[in-house]
Ligand binder design. Structure first.
Ligand code: ATP
Length: 304
């Protein structure tokens, strides 16, 4: 469990994190989202004892990170995939870390296997691609077999095979009852991997929800899309029933406040042939954009 309670972090006059509270529970993968500068990294750094809160607190497994006797065995972190010394081999880096916690060589080999790094285990880290460095960062996070994992942008730099690997790995770790928190800007990937999400903007909490609940609440979720040989009479019939209809590109009608079966039945009654009939399911991206619309600090000026 990760608990952030009324956490505030100020740098001089600017507030990076503002009275933020949320809990990350075991057994699920939780995504941590927010626009650039929202305060995600500052929050994560406070959780792992790298930032001292101005006020409030952040604990892992009920304690401050700094008070954990063997942090590597409680919390695995990957904040920057490139933190290993470039002159060291992957095995050397992991063995060095393992020694600080009395972790045996067998576990080093095990995490190298888990991360798919066997073929490059004896290569210098400085020659690693971004994806290989990310895998090494994940191997290091797993070294102490921790109950809590905190990963900042773990998918960054991974090829599609690597993306799939990390998705299945994190889900398997959560299914074992571990607490998994990951930040990512890749919305569709996060939606595939996580089941819950914490969204922040300008240092404040915007949502702490199941992804399914959040997505179902998006504005367009449940809207019926329909394309017909002759859309006009269908649109008129729907409007006569008080159902709002919008005409989209390509002659597609979007109909709110009804369901696909009702639209299909109405069209059949009018003898109109349907070319397409579907229900719009919202996406995490829709939900995220809706939530953060007012909280984006850095936005390119719209093209005039
Ligand atoms: N050491 C620091 N000194 C001063 N300001 C800082 C410091 N670290 C972060 N900030 C500011 O705090 C705010 C939050 O930054 P943070 O890096 O936590 O955001 P983020 O959500 O991780 O952003 P991104 O998605 O771009 O990584 C930003 O306005 C940033 O400029």
């Amino acid at each position: 469990m990760i608990e952030v309670t009324h956490l505030t972090k100020r740098y001089g006059a600017s507030t990076a994190v503002d009275d933020l509270s949320f809990t990350v529970r075991p057994g699920t993968v939780t995504g941590f989202l927010g626009p650039n500068g929202a305060g995600k990294t500052t929050t994560i750094r406070a959780v792992v004892g790298l930032e001292r809160p101005t006020s409030g607190s952040a604990t892992v497994a009920g304690q401050r990170y700094a008070d954990l006797p063997a942090p590597l065995q409680e919390v695995g972190t990957m904040l920057d995939g490139r933190n290993a010394h470039p002159g060291r081999t992957a095995v050397g880096h992991l063995t060095g870390l393992a020694r600080t916690h009395g972790i045996g060589r067998a576990r080093v080999d095990q995490v190298i296997g888990l991360a798919g790094l066997e073929s490059v285990a004896r290569r210098r880290v400085g020659t690693f691609s971004l994806g290989m460095a990310q895998r090494l960062g994940i191997a290091a996070a797993l070294l102490g077999d921790p109950g809590i994992l905190i990963l900042d942008e773990p998918v960054n730099g991974l090829d599609p095979d690597g993306v799939l690997w990390i998705r299945h790995l994190l889900q398997a770790l959560a299914a074992e009852g571990r607490t998994v928190l990951l930040s990512s800007h890749l919305m569709s990937e996060l939606a595939e991997t996580a089941s819950r999400v914490v969204v922040i903007g300008q240092g404040r909490l915007l949502a702490d929800e199941d992804i399914d609940t959040l997505v179902a609440a998006t504005a367009r979720a449940g809207v019926v899309r329909v394309r017909a040989t002759d859309a006009a009479p269908l649109a008129r019939a729907l409007e006569r029933r008080g159902t709002p209809v919008t005409l989209e590109e390509g002659g597609v009608l979007e109909v709110a406040g009804t369901d696909a079966a009702a639209v299909g039945a109405l069209a059949a009654g009018l003898g109109i042939t349907l070319l397409e009939l579907s229900t719009v399911s919202g996406t995490l991206e829709d939900a995220y954009l809706g939530l953060t619309a007012g909280a984006v600090q850095y936005r390119a000026e719209a093209a005039r």
